[in-house]
Ligand binder design. Structure first.
Ligand code: HEC
Ligand code: HEC
Length: 394
C-alpha cells in the first residue's frame, strides 16, 4: 500500500497535466457561453448548441437517439450521432498525411473537427450547425446576426467587437463564431481532466485503480488483446497534449448499418466519412471511403449512442463488437439467404480500406476472439475510469 505521504511527494514530481484552475472567461468567451445556451439562435427558436451538446452529458446528447432531430420545425433528423465536445482543444486541422502523435506509426489521414474533419477550427465548425437545415436551421449568416442584435448580450457584443460591429453582418458573424470557439477553448468544463484515470496517472490521492480496472488497462494496452491504445492513443501527443485517448487518425472499422437513421432507408445512400469531403473527389480518393475520426474515449461510459451512426447503445456491445466482429459476424450483421452481410454499411469496392489491426484483424469466423469474457468486463471497468468527476454518478 502506498502511504499518503508518498502519494503527495509523487504528485509534486509527476508529469504535469492540464490542471483545472478556474480562470475567468475572456469577454469573447463570455459571449460565446451565452450563445451556446441561446435557443433563439435557431430557426425553430428551440435549439441551442447545448440541446445536442449537454454539459451534464459530457457535452453530448441526454438521450440515446442515433441521430438528433432539428430543423426549423424540429422535424428534420440528422445523419450522424452527436459527439462529445470535450477534449477538442488539441485537435489539429485535417491533413491526408498527418504525423502520428505516437512518433512511430506512419503518417495518414488525421485531425479536424466533425467525424470527417471538415472544419479546421472550432470557429469554422460552429458555422455548420447554425446553418445546417437539420440542425439549428438559420436561413443565413445575416439571419443569425439579426438574432444576436436583439439578444440580451447585444450591448456586450458591441462593447467587445466595436460600436459599429452590427453594420457589417459578415464581420459580426465571424466574431460570433470566434466567441463560440473561445468559450469551448477557455471554459474548464470542456477539459476538466478530472477523471479517476487522471488522478491515477498523476499519482493523486483517490487515484488508486481497482484490480479489475488495472487488468482492464492492461487489456487496453496489449497489442494482442484490446489493442485500443493503437488508435485511442493515451500517450503524449501534439502541442504538449497528453492522455487524450485518441491520436486524431481516421480508420474504417466496418460498423453495421443503422436502420434507425431515416437517410439509410435509401439503399443507395452510404455515409462514407472522409471520402465524401469536397477535397476528396472519387475515384481518386476511393482509398479513404469508410474512414471516420477516432474519437476520444474520455467520458465514453456516459454515452448512450456509439460510433458515427449511433448504431450501438451500450459500451458493452461496442467492446463485444470489437472482439467478435470477425469471429461471430452473424451477431452484428443481418443474414440474407444464409449469407451474413458483413460490413453492410460500406459498399464492397471499398472494403479493402478496412483497418486490419487487432482485434479487427480479420480472424476466421468461429475462431477464438482476442479477449475473454473476463477481459471484456475488465476493459469496461477501465473505460469507466475515464469519466470526468462532474459526471460520475453518486
Ligand atoms: C441538432 C443537434 C446539434 C446542435 C444543435 C449542434 N450540434 Fe454540434 N454536432 C452535432 C453532430 C451530429 C455533430 C457531428 C457532425 C459530423 O460528424 O458530421 C456535431 C459536431 C460538433 C463538433 C465537432 C466535434 C468533433 O468531435 O469533431 C463541434 C465542435 C460542435 N458540434 C459544436 C457545436 C456548436 C458550437 C453548436 C452551436 C452553435 C452545435 N454544435 C450545435 C449536432 C449538433
Ligand atoms: C484501428 C483503430 C482503432 C482501434 C484499434 C480501436 N478503435 Fe475504437 N474507434 C476507432 C474509430 C475510427 C472509431 C470511430 C468509428 C466510426 O464511428 O465508424 C472508434 C470508435 C470507438 C468508440 C465509439 C465512441 C463514440 O464516441 O461513439 C468506442 C467506445 C471505441 N472506439 C472503443 C474502442 C476500444 C474499447 C478499443 C479496443 C478494444 C478500440 N476502440 C480499438 C478506431 C479504433
Amino acid at each position: 500500500m502506498k502511504s499518503a505521504l508518498i502519494l503527495v511527494l509523487m504528485a509534486a514530481t509527476a508529469h504535469a497535466v492540464a490542471v483545472p484552475v478556474a480562470t475567468p472567461l475572456s469577454a469573447a468567451a463570455d459571449i460565446g457561453k451565452q450563445m451556446f445556451f441561446d435557443q433563439s439562435l435557431s430557426g425553430s427558436g428551440k435549439l441551442s448548441c447545448a440541446s445536442c451538446h449537454d454539459p451534464a452529458h459530457a457535452h453530448a446528447p441526454a438521450n440515446s437517439l442515433s441521430v438528433q432531430i432539428g430543423g426549423d420545425k424540429l422535424k428534420t433528423p440528422g445523419v450522424r450521432a452527436v459527439p462529445s465536445l470535450r477534449y477538442q482543444e488539441y485537435t489539429p486541422p485535417y491533413e491526408d498525411m498527418l504525423d502520428n502523435p505516437d512518433g512511430i506509426s506512419t503518417p495518414g489521414p488525421g485531425g479536424g473537427h466533425t467525424q470527417d474533419g471538415r472544419a479546421a477550427t472550432l470557429a469554422e465548425q460552429a458555422k455548420i450547425p447554425l446553418l445546417a437545415k437539420h440542425e439549428m436551421a438559420n436561413k443565413s449568416a445575416d439571419d443569425v446576426v439579426r438574432k444576436i442584435k436583439v439578444s440580451a448580450y447585444a450591448e456586450q457584443f458591441r462593447q467587445i467587437f466595436g460600436a459599429d460591429i452590427f453594420k457589417d453582418n459578415k464581420q459580426a458573424f465571424l466574431r460570433a463564431l470566434d466567441a463560440l470557439q473561445a468559450y469551448q477553448l477557455e471554459d474548464n468544463s470542456f477539459h476538466p481532466y478530472s477523471s479517476k484515470y487522471d488522478r491515477y496517472s498523476s499519482n493523486k490521492i483517490g487515484g488508486d485503480l481497482t484490480a479489475a480496472e488495472m487488468r482492464g488497462f492492461a487489456v487496453y494496452s496489449d497489442p494482442n488483446k484490446g489493442n485500443c491504445f493503437a488508435c485511442h492513443y493515451n500517450g503524449a501527443g501534439l502541442n504538449g497534449s497528453v492522455k487524450l485517448f485518441t491520436d486524431f487518425t481516421y480508420a474504417a472499422i466496418g460498423v453495421p448499418r443503422n436502420k434507425d437513421i431515416p437517410a439509410n432507408r435509401d439503399a443507395r445512400y452510404y455515409d462514407m466519412g472522409i471520402c465524401d469531403r469536397p477535397d476528396h473527389p472519387r475515384p481518386a480518393s476511393a482509398q479513404y471511403c469508410g474512414m471516420f475520426k477516432t474519437p476520444t474515449l474520455r467520458n465514453v461510459a456516459t454515452r448512450s449512442a456509439f460510433f458515427h451512426n449511433g448504431v450501438f447503445k451500450t459500451l458493452k456491445d461496442v467492446i463485444r463488437f470489437y472482439n467478435t466482429r470477425d469471429t461471430e459476424p452473424e451477431r452484428w450483421y443481418p443474414t440474407v439467404k444464409g449469407v451474413v452481410q458483413k460490413y453492410n454499411d460500406l459498399p464492397k469496392r471499398y472494403r479493402e480500406n478496412l483497418d486490419k489491426q487487432a482485434p479487427l484483424d480479420g480472424r476466421a469466423r468461429g475462431s477464438k476472439p482476442a479477449m475473454t469474457e473476463q477481459e471484456m468486463e475488465d476493459l469496461e471497468a477501465f473505460l469507466n475510469t475515464l469519466t470526468d468527476a462532474d459526471l460520475v454518478k453518486k
